[in-house]
Design a protein around this ligand. Structure first.
Ligand code: AHM
Ligand code: MG
Length: 335
């Protein structure tokens, strides 16, 4: 196979969209650049004084890991320059960051989780970055919250970076899903997984089963069904849960599996999922659909959910189409 860098791939994709300006491609280059810098820091996190928590509480009420803060600031700094972006919303910041340079406002809004699963860093488990790209839609001269608060179906691109045994960037601009592996010595992302298609056969499930007491009856029945011997394969499904969305999703995308973070009924008046619609669920849903899979809240296609606020959480069930449909049917039947 001819070696292709991410820069070349982005240019090739740009040619398929007549009239597309270089701004969008520039944005993807910027994300790749920031990802390389985060990758370098994540790899040495065990050595530097970045390890550990800062003792602050972020808007989600969780302890902010030092690397979260580093990645958040780095992405904001890199994406704020060059006039491509009008607004950035991140899981770390309560409000959007509006961007304008010398009266110039970019065409795109970005939603991102700069370092998802960062509590795993202390124990050397893979973490990731998730990003979602929208076109500016507000009429005003500046970027605004409205530009970030768009349903997933309006995304013009989405992707993630996994900082694992190697660093990989996986993205889609609506023309399939493509994966690149970082060659660390030369600092280039090389196309390693062109046109990723999620296997339709599903033999694996990923869920935090410790929460089963808070699930609805349909979810419990569905997970139980996976533990029965499947007549087709002659064995039950395999359970695999890392607790790091990007890693769990990536494995299932390549090997065929369903990931669930269902609604949690701890507070019966306020059942909700844990994962954030804009920063986690919608971008992963975009990638899943582009790879031939599906993503649902249990009762609705994730990409159709209209966000009410930036930090909204939703249940997320993502995997092969037939498996997601089976989950929806079983939860519907259980009422
Ligand atoms: P974070 O955004 O605070 O890092 O939390 C998100 C993570 C996901 O990566 C993962 O799928 C999930 O939380 C794990 O949650 P739990 O520990 O409840 O299973
Ligand atoms: Mg997160």
């Amino acid at each position: 196979m001819r070696l292709k860098t991410i820069d070349q791939h982005i240019l090739d994709q740009q040619r398929k969209f007549p009239g597309v300006s270089g701004e969008f491609s520039g944005l993807l280059y910027d994300i790749a650049l920031a990802a390389k810098l985060v990758s370098k820091e994540v790899n040495r996190a065990g050595l530097g004084d970045l390890l550990g928590t800062l003792g602050e509480v972020n808007v989600q009420g969780e302890i902010v890991q030092k690397m979260d803060k580093y990645a958040n600031e780095l992405f904001l700094r890199i994406l704020s320059t060059g006039g491509k972006v009008c607004a950035i919303a991140t899981e770390e910041n309560e409000k959007i960051t509006e961007i304008h340079e010398d009266g110039f406002v970019g065409k795109y809004a970005i939603n991102m989780d700069p370092l998802d699963g960062s509590s795993n860093i202390d124990v050397n488990v893979s973490v990731g970055t998730i990003f979602s790209l929208h076109r500016k839609r507000s009429a005003g001269p500046r970027g605004s919250e409205e530009d970030c608060l768009q349903p997933g179906i309006k995304q013009v691109g989405a992707g993630y970076v996994i900082y694992g045994s190697s660093t990989m960037l996986v993205y889609s601009t609506g023309l399939g899903v493509h994966g690149f592996t970082l060659e660390p010595t030369v600092g280039e992302f090389i196309l390693s997984h062109p046109n990723i298609v999620m296997p339709s056969r599903c033999a694996m499930y990923s869920v935090n089963e410790g929460n089963a007491a808070y699930w609805d009856a349909g979810t419990r029945a569905y997970i139980d069904s996976l533990k029965a011997v499947d007549p087709a394969s002659g064995r039950p499904y395999t359970a695999r849960y890392i607790g790091s969305l990007v890693s769990d999703f990536h494995r299932n995308l390549l090997k065929g599996g369903i990931f669930l973070y269902p609604a949690d009924h701890k507070d019966p008046k306020k059942p909700s999922g844990k994962l954030r619609l804009l920063f986690e669920a919608a971008p992963m849903a975009f990638i899943a659909e582009q790879a031939g899979g599906a993503a649902s809240t249990g009762s609705q296609r994730v990409l159709d959910v209209v966000p009410a606020h930036l930090h909204q959480r939703v249940p997320l069930v993502v995997g092969p189409k037939s498996e997601v449909a089976r989950y929806e049917a079983m939860t519907r039947a259980a009422g």
